[in-house]
Write a protein that binds this ligand. Structure first.
Ligand SMILES: Cc1ncc(C[n+]2csc(CCOP(=O)(O)OP(=O)(O)O)c2C)c(N)n1
Length: 279
């Protein structure tokens, strides 16, 4: 289990991977990926009970993770590779012809670590809730985690899944939202305002936690608190910054789905721990 210092180093590595992968592919989604990197690193290197050597899609005896906001594939692939699910060198194949690393995760490519296809926003929480109920029916104590976007949270299916998970008292379900305030076309509040997101999840019968998505102590504390829920699914709203870690990408929707050029990659690399290697 990595401590906060190690998590910080791994997160820098993951951010380097994201920038390089999207540049090599000449397309993809760096902004949201960079913003949720700290949370995803904490999840895979500290919080989740998982083992790449024995992993199967059935998730028997292990925690499961569903990425609902499938466009955040770059951070997902990097974390999986760095955790040992597949060779780090494969990161360079993102979005290339014949790759297992599609622009959005796809189970028909059988990429180890990927539980569910995604990309069409709004569907992942339903999958996660179903797996969580299945684990309860099987008497398993492991958990199911699910990553949502805040722009994605404008999708109605999420709220249907939210009601259903609360109805079934799925306290083994820990969902979290990348609450960066941005989405594809601008600020979430300008495109389709979510209002008081915490009050909404509370009203849907969830235990809701709001915290900083870039402070590893806060992230780990939130997961710990989430694990203590009894009778309620948990939503962690991680306050985050789109593009975090690379100054010219930070805080704007403009890097939601745009590839940096080689010059921009070199500039980004200077800002992210240069002592780390690359794939
Ligand atoms: C059903 C559906 N509608 C629209 C899209 C196109 N789309 C991809 S990402 C995105 C914005 C999502 O915003 P958010 O969840 O906040 O992600 P972020 O911009 O923070 O990465 C949209 C509209 C899609 N993938 N699926």
């Amino acid at each position: 289990m990595a401590n906060t210092q190690e998590l910080s180093r791994i997160a820098s590595q993951v951010r380097r991977d994201i920038v390089r992968m999207v540049c090599a592919a000449k397309s993809g989604h760096p902004g949201g990926s960079l913003g949720i990197t700290d949370v995803m690193t904490a999840l895979y290197f500290n919080e989740m009970k998982h083992d790449p050597a024995t992993w199967t899609r059935s998730a028997k005896g292990q925690d499961a993770f569903i990425i609902s906001a499938g466009h955040l594939a770059p951070v997902y692939y990097s974390v999986l590779a760095r955790a040992g699910y597949f060779p780090v060198s494969e990161l360079g194949t993102l979005r290339k012809f014949g790759t297992r690393l599609q622009g959005h995760p796809c189970i028909t490519d059988a990429l180890p670590g990927v539980f569910q296809s995604s990309g069409s926003l709004g569907q992942g929480l339903s999958c996660a809730a179903g797996i969580a109920l299945g684990k309860k029916l099987d008497g398993e104590s492991e958990r199911v985690y699910c990553l949502l976007g805040d722009g994605e949270s404008e999708e109605g299916q999420i709220w249907e899944a939210g009601m259903w998970a609360a109805h079934h008292k799925l306290d083994n379900l820990i969902a979290f939202t990348d609450w960066n305030g941005q989405q594809i076309d601008g600020r979430v509040e300008d495109v389709g305002g979510l209002g008081d997101l915490k009050a909404k999840w509370d009203a849907f019968g969830w235990k809701t936690i709001v915290t900083d998505g870039h402070d590893f102590d806060a992230i780990l504390a939130a997961f710990e608190e989430a694990g203590k829920s009894e009778g309620k699914p948990v939503m962690i709203l991680f306050r985050s910054e789109m593009g975090h870690g690379v100054d010219f990408m930070a805080g704007t929707h403009k890097w939601h789905g745009k590839a940096p050029n080689q010059e921009q990659v070199e500039e980004a690399m200077k800002q992210l721990d240069e002592a780390l290697g690359d794939f």
